[in-house]
Write a protein that binds this ligand. Structure first.
Ligand code: FE2
Length: 371
């Protein structure tokens, strides 16, 4: 049975983030707890959003210290600032949205992140949460999961629950304007990873497949253009933003797989940015999957007008990745001798069972050695 769920109210249009004050008031806000990161907090996008809230008479508290690979303590710190009547807003990339999403839940469900690991039904309804992505990759604005780093154990943990879906997602491609090209490239390839893993994994379903196909079509058409002209090419920015949200809908109702199992291990151990890790691992992992994904990749090649075989699809994918001028695999930070530990963490990842083939320690070691 296909079981597809998206309770989030998604608004997607250039400029739609200007509706934040009205959305917050509709959600009953007596105050907005506005969560962002150190790179955005003093910039024009945040200033504009805060000014709009102020001119609408919405009281606002700013938290601007979410780090890449956000720590469990960061979500707990944000939750400690919250009070009843707050609407939590996550304004940033996946790190910000995940930390803010977790904080919205922790604010009403005490006990800290570790009390709520895995898939849970939270006894108390989280505070209302609005997600506003400023990158084109994570899809967190339409998913029920928050991924955090447990610094004590150097591992990524996730909390999941149907009440973690954002109430509203304001998906505004204008917010991508001026994002550094390398971030458009790496987060755009994170979105392609979501779409591809959702549609080649063993828990794929027809609705996720349709969304993944559309997402991949948009990424192939627009990602290169958006990277080359992130200030001027509004059509390309719109395309990669839609690709990202569609990929989030796809994997949110299917799953991710080996690329994420590895990238989350590397993020936990070495603090590698999530998008960059996926960007560098996507093509090698898909190649390693071989026959287990070949029929689906051949279908995708046909749907996307790339040819008729899995090789046609892989050639297009690798051509796109090569054109984006990503840093080399050394930027994954893998410490020689730690490959087995990385592989063991990947096997322990909650998404490992969603792979198109059985992935054990040796299979992950083979991929790491191939890099
Ligand atoms: Fe991802």
């Amino acid at each position: 049975m296909t079981d597809f769920r998206i309770p989030t109210h998604v608004r997607l249009a250039p400029g739609c983030s200007a509706n934040l004050p009205a959305v917050a008031l509709e959600l009953g806000a007596t105050r907005v707890l506005f969560v962002t990161d150190g790179g955005l907090v003093d910039g024009p996008l945040v200033k504009r959003a805060l000014a709009k809230l102020e001119s609408a008479g919405v009281d606002c508290l700013l938290f601007g210290e979410v780090e890449a690979n956000p720590r469990t303590q960061t979500a707990e710190r944000i939750a400690a600032l919250a009070k009843p009547g707050d609407v939590i807003v996550g304004f940033g990339g996946g790190s910000v949205m995940d930390a803010a999403k977790a904080a919205a839940m922790l604010a009403t469900n005490p006990g800290g992140v570790n009390a709520w690991l895995g898939k849970k039904v939270f006894p108390q309804e989280p505070l209302p949460f609005v997600a506003i992505p400023t990158t084109c990759g994570t899809g967190s604005e339409v998913t029920w999961v928050a991924v955090l780093t447990d610094q004590a154990r150097n591992v990524k943990i996730s909390i999941k629950g149907t009440q973690l879906f954002p109430n509203v997602a304001l998906v505004d491609p204008e917010l991508l304007r001026g994002l550094p090209p390398h971030l458009i490239a790496s987060t755009g390839l994170d979105a392609m990873t979501h779409a591809l893993e959702a549609t080649t994994g063993c828990v794929r379903n027809p609705i996720s497949d349709a969304m993944a196909e559309k997402s991949l079509a948009l990424s192939f058409e627009f990602l290169g253009r958006a990277v080359r002209d992130p200030k001027g090419d509004a059509q390309a920015l719109d395309g990669v933003m839609r690709a990202s949200t569609l990929a989030g809908l796809a994997f949110g109702n299917s799953d991710v797989a080996a690329v994420h199992c590895l990238s989350e291990s590397l993020g936990g151990l070495y603090d590698v940015p999530h998008g960059l890790a996926n960007a560098l691992l996507l093509a090698p992992v898909m190649r390693a999957h071989g026959e287990s994904v070949a029929p689906r990749l051949a279908e995708l090649a046909q749907v996307l007008g790339q040819g008729a075989t899995a090789a046609d699809f892989m050639n297009e994918l690798e051509g796109l990745v090569a054109s984006l001028e990503l840093p080399g695999v050394s930027s994954l930070g893998i410490v020689q001798g730690e490959e087995r530990r990385i592989a063991e963490l990947a096997v322990a990842n909650g998404s490992n069972s969603s792979n198109p083939r059985k992935m054990g320690v040796q299979e992950y070691l083979d991929i790491l050695n191939e890099l």
